[in-house]
Design a protein around this ligand. Structure first.
Ligand SMILES: NC(=O)c1ccc[n+]([C@@H]2O[C@H](COP(=O)([O-])OP(=O)(O)OC[C@H]3O[C@@H](n4cnc5c(N)ncnc54)[C@H](OP(=O)(O)O)[C@@H]3O)[C@@H](O)[C@H]2O)c1
Length: 270
């Protein structure tokens, strides 16, 4: 019997920027389970090493299907580093990526914009989530991605773009810009598909860093109360949105949300 659905990612090359933690880690796991060759990238060598160990321990028979590289997407040198990463991830373009997934995120820049010291600080707050995806989209398609409708670039935004809480101007700005960028790139980069995934509240390391101690449990409960599903999201849940976008060669220029019904829940407010 030839399988039409479950082997779509077999042998595909998937680069996950931010694949060492949270949502990106689960995208890497899920893609690996589905037969892909996965390259994870993030800023710290220690997190690359521990991610490779975790994945190789979980899937010993797939050990050779996962590799990792460091890159600091916040650096002012990030454009040169991105080209180097793309070369390394694709064996200098001879094994092009099928999917480039951007889930990298540094600590959230939350707070009223008058609390940011100087214009530079406001720009720096957008480097990892907005400038870096733009630079990948600039450099990856030429030589480092397969030019096909089976290939895709996936950005990560957030539902805070629709309903920003107090002090969420920067994340909301970045999310709104990603929506426009994604749609324009879907036109410019065709047939490569470009999509945006928008998570609701997902219990990841980022969440656990942003809210600590008792505050963390209070926030978890608050988000549970605010969804229709009565649950906070998991990165495993979230990874399914990315896998869907990779597997459906007809979806481009779209935003895919997974947020437990937060935006529909009556009276939901941060
Ligand atoms: N969790 C949520 O509730 C939620 C909701 C909406 C949107 N999002 C967005 O979804 C994305 C992923 O979130 P997450 O919760 O999975 O975050 P996470 O667990 O903190 O993971 C972030 C990843 O980005 C990497 N990273 C951080 N700074 C970097 C840099 N300068 N250069 C390269 N890589 C860097 C981290 O690895 P290193 O530390 O090794 O660099 C890590 O792999 C973020 O953009 C986040 O804003 C999350």
């Amino acid at each position: 019997m030839s399988l039409k659905y479950t082997r779509k990612l077999e042998g595909k090359r998937v680069l996950v920027l931010g694949g060492t933690s949270g949502i990106g880690f689960c995208v890497a796991e899920n893609a690996l389970e589905n037969g892909a060759r996965v390259i994870v990238a993030s800023s710290r060598q220690s997190s690359i090493d521990s991610t490779l160990s975790r994945l190789r321990n979980s899937y010993p028979e797939l050990s050779s299907n996962v590799t990792g590289h460091t890159i600091d997407l916040r650096s002012s040198e990030s454009e040169a580093s991105i080209i180097e990463l793309l070369k390394a991830a694709t064996n200098d373009g001879t094994e092009p990526c099928d999917h480039v997934v951007h889930t990298a995120g540094d600590n959230l820049s939350i707070g009223p914009i008058d609390q940011f010291e100087g214009a530079e600080a406001l720009l720096n707050a957008q480097r990892v989530r907005l400038l870096a995806p733009m630079l990948f989209a600039k450099h990856a398609p030429g030589k480092y991605m397969r030019r096909s409708n089976t290939s895709s670039i996936i950005f990560t935004g957030g539902v805070n773009t629709y309903r920003p809480g107090a002090g969420w101007a920067i994340p909301a700005l970045v999310g709104g810009a990603q929506q426009g960028l994604m749609r324009a790139l879907a036109v410019d980069l065709k047939p490569i598909r470009v999509n945006l995934v928008e998570p609701g509240a997902i219990d990841t390391e980022l969440f656990q860093r942003t809210f600590t101690g008792e505050q963390l449990e209070a926030f978890r409960q608050k988000y549970r109360d605010q969804t229709l599903t009565g649950a906070i999201g998991t990165p495993e849940n979230m990874s399914e949105a990315y896998l869907y976008v990779m597997r459906d060669a007809f979806v481009t220029g779209q935003t895919v949300l997974s947020e437990g019904g937060l935006l529909l829940a009556p009276g939901a407010q941060r």
